[in-house]
Design a protein around this ligand. Structure first.
Ligand code: ADP
Length: 367
């Protein structure tokens, strides 16, 4: 096991494609870090640079205390699990797992012992003599993980390993990989575009966009304290509601006025910082669960959002109510038994103390 350190890492592909810029991260020994962001944000490139499959254009990468910039992939003490599993079709599960160890001249006995151990951890004991084509997608993915485990690497690297699985199996494998991490106490770096995978698996999450790191934090900090509008909108489903507007008034009379007429009081904790934004464009962010919940309905002191009901989506355990007020759009996450009629005006209570405010121009959080 080992820590991983990336310092000022850049990647520029031929043709001056800037894929990753000034990436800095300290991954602790045994930590599970997830890189997440939309397609093309540079997460695979970052992982592949740690693996040594891509050269870095600037900066330095260390695994343990050793800088690996010029060390080939096979000598970096990493094991990588790919999206497409990359299993050898003509070899049995056993031989697929043995292959890397044979190359490294491990004894037969050591190889056998490691494979039996990995097969036990992953529930593959009955499948060792099968070939990949006789396995389900989930089983193949387990073999790919098994092949990494038998190597006992200092660091596990995962590149979207669950993308080829159906939704139900993805959830199951998500839990299995988390359990595996707990069992092995291994350092893991995991790439996904799926924010739910990131939130449920990562000790810490790195949110990237356009080659830049927007925030590095544990899941709840990302959710409650997003650094900017990108992170706020990327993490959470349905996404955070944003309304453009401005603040006016001072002290307890300070209000946020959204385009379209929505008017909400500024919570006391935000008055001092928003005083600097009087008359300037400000964006309010509020999560769907902070509008119109049954719990909010029981609190008469909360301000209310006046809006028109456009669409109601019953989800079973909850209902998403889509609202509009002029150009402003909001989604409320409500109890499915609350009755909302499309086309009517409603006044829904808002947990305004949970609202987050952003500088509309820079998209940075106002704290
Ligand atoms: P992600 O994994 O987040 O989808 P990538 O790391 O694959 O993103 O890609 C980051 C950026 O680098 C994208 O703009 C992509 O088009 C570009 N890119 C990736 N690989 C290459 C390559 N081999 N040559 C040129 N550009 C590349």
């Amino acid at each position: 096991m080992a820590k991983v350190t990336l310092q000022h890492v850049d990647k520029v592909y031929p043709g001056n494609v800037k894929a990753v810029a000034d990436f800095n991260l300290d991954i602790a020994d045994g930590e599970f870090v997830v890189l997440v962001g939309p397609s093309g944000c540079g997460k695979s490139t970052t992982l592949r640079m740690v693996a040594g499959l891509e050269e870095i254009s600037a900066g330095s990468i260390a695994i343990g205390d050793r800088v690996v910039n010029d060390i080939p992939p096979k000598d970096r003490d990493i094991a990588m699990v790919f999206q497409n599993y990359a299993l050898y079709p003509h070899m049995t599960v056993y031989d697929n797992m043995a292959f890397g160890l044979k190359l490294r001249k491990f004894s037969r006995q050591e190889i056998d012992q490691r494979i039996r151990e990995a097969a036990r951890i992953l529930g593959l004991e009955q499948l060792l003599e099968r070939r990949p084509k006789a396995l389900s997608g989930g089983q193949r993915q387990r073999v790919a993980v098994g092949r990494a485990i038998v190597r006992k690497p200092a660091v596990f690297l995962f590149d979207e390993p669950l993308s080829n699985l159906d939704a139900k199996l993805r959830v199951q494998m998500r839990v299995e990989i988390s359990q595996l991490h707990d069992q092995l106490a291994a350092t893991m770096l995991y790439v996904t575009h799926d924010q739910i995978e990131a939130m449920t698996m990562g000790d810490r999450i790195v949110v990237m966009k356009d080659g830049l790191v927007h925030q590095v934090a544990d899941p709840l900090t990302l959710y409650d304290d997003p650094a900017d509008m990108f992170v706020a909108g990327f993490i959470g489903t349905p996404p955070m509601n944003f309304a453009n507007g401005q603040v006016s008034g001072t002290g307890e009379h300070m209000m946020f006025l959204a385009e379209g007429g929505v008017k909400l009081p500024v919570p006391p904790a935000m008055r001092a910082s928003l005083a600097a934004y009087l008359g300037r464009p400000v964006t309010l962010g509020i999560r769907p669960e902070d509008i119109g919940s049954l719990r909010a309905e029981q609190d008469a002191s909360l301000p209310r959002l006046k809006a028109k009901v456009d669409v109601v989506e019953p989800m079973g355990s909850e209902a998403y109510v889509h609202l509009s007020a002029g150009p402003a759009r909001f989604t409320a996450r409500t109890d499915p038994h609350q009755q909302f009629r499309v086309g009517t005006e409603v006044e829904l209570p808002v947990f305004i103390s949970k609202a987050r405010f952003f500088d509309t121009a820079t998209e940075q959080r106002i704290r």
